[in-house]
Design a protein around this ligand. Structure first.
Ligand SMILES: Nc1ncnc2c1ncn2[C@@H]1O[C@H](COP(=O)(O)OP(=O)(O)OP(=O)(O)O)[C@@H](O)[C@H]1O
Ligand SMILES: [Mg+2]
Length: 315
């Protein structure tokens, strides 16, 4: 294992109202793409804001490339790119202007260098055509790409991205995934998401956060191995469909003639009659199986995602 770039030790955070959002979190990330998964309210954004020096933790230690986030926040900011969950305070400004200002805030003080770099990054994320468009006129996908551009503009060693793909269409999600996996070759990227499939094969490790605790950190392959035997496929008619749906978390369904083929997650080792276990579940199914085993239903994980999109959290 290569040297840790993000080093989180015994981190706790209690908000001023007394709510403890993080409890003894330990997380270590080297070079590569790392996924942070967890249901709504797990503490993902809290953790990411602490790593980015936006919140001062109430306990524990965080080092970013050796710099302590509390003692030396300026050094951390200089090597860090952050894509926040929301990106909307700039409605009436133009794309180029926003990126130029944010680059300046990240410490790029030379105007000529900055102009060149801004143009280069806008091209990299595919926004060259809209450099003079106002932020309020960008699509959801363009806004996310602008977010990526501002996180990259000063060529940081570490990139922290909170819920990058909410509200993106499939094409934009693929594009985003490719940009991230390119960048992850020689730097550290920590990505939080609900959409597990978006982590894709580029991800070196996944960490699962639940109610302020890291409950798993290992390779995607290990998570999939954990889930083997808990994910199954079953072909049902309308009558049996209800009983399966009541007892198991359904991950997907496909209509197959007069019957329906369900892929489901079992919370215990017990599978219904006629079920065939899936030897190699997807990462998403494996995540659901892992959470289901802890009493977190797939429905709860999914409903929240839908709420979030409809609540317009994209921008
Ligand atoms: N400023 C705050 N004061 C008090 N509690 C807060 C504050 N911000 C967040 N919380 C609480 O801390 C917990 C963790 O929130 P956080 O935003 O970190 O979760 P999350 O994993 O990012 O969730 P989501 O998937 O919805 O983005 C939640 O219960 C939330 O209500
Ligand atoms: Mg969040």
């Amino acid at each position: 294992m290569s040297e840790s770039v993000i080093d989180v030790n015994h981190l706790t955070h209690t908000y001023t109202d007394g709510f403890q959002a993080l409890d003894d979190v330990n997380l270590h990330c080297g070079v590569g793409v790392f996924g942070l998964l967890g249901p709504n309210g797990a503490g993902k954004s809290t953790l990411m804001r602490i790593l980015c020096t936006l919140i001062r933790p109430t306990g524990g230690e965080v080092r970013m490339a050796g710099h302590d986030v509390t003692r030396d926040p300026m050094a951390v900011r200089a090597i860090l790119g952050y894509l926040p969950q929301e990106f909307g305070a700039w409605r009436n400004h133009r794309v180029q202007e926003v990126l130029d200002t944010l680059a300046q805030l990240s410490g790029m003080l030379d105007r000529r260098d900055r102009r060149e770099r801004v143009a280069e990054v806008l091209d990299q994320v595919g926004l060259s055509e809209v450099v003079n468009r106002k932020i309020k006129k960008l699509s959801g996908g363009m806004l996310r790409r602008l977010g990526v551009a501002q996180a990259l503009v000063h060529e940081p060693r570490i990139i922290i991205v909170d819920e990058p793909t909410v509200g993106l269409d499939p094409e934009e999600r693929i594009r985003f995934r490719n940009v991230i996996s390119d960048l992850g070759r020689d730097r550290t990227i920590l990505l939080s998401t609900h959409i597990v499939a978006d982590l894709g094969g580029a991800c070196r490790e996944v960490a699962l956060l639940d109610q302020g605790h890291i409950i798993f950190q290992s390779s995607p392959a290990d998570l999939i191995r954990e889930a083997a035997g808990h994910v199954f496929e079953i072909s049902v008619d309308e009558q049996t469909m209800d009983s399966v749906e009541n007892e198991y978390d359904v991950v997907s369904s496909t209509v197959d003639g007069g019957r329906v083929k369900l892929r489901c997650v079992a919370t215990s080792g017990h599978l219904p009659d006629g079920a065939s276990p899936i030897a190699e579940p997807t990462l998403e199914e494996s995540y659901m199986a892992y959470m289901a085993a802890r009493g977190r239903s797939a429905a709860a994980l999914e409903d929240n995602t839908v709420d979030k999109v409809s609540a317009g959290e994209v921008a």
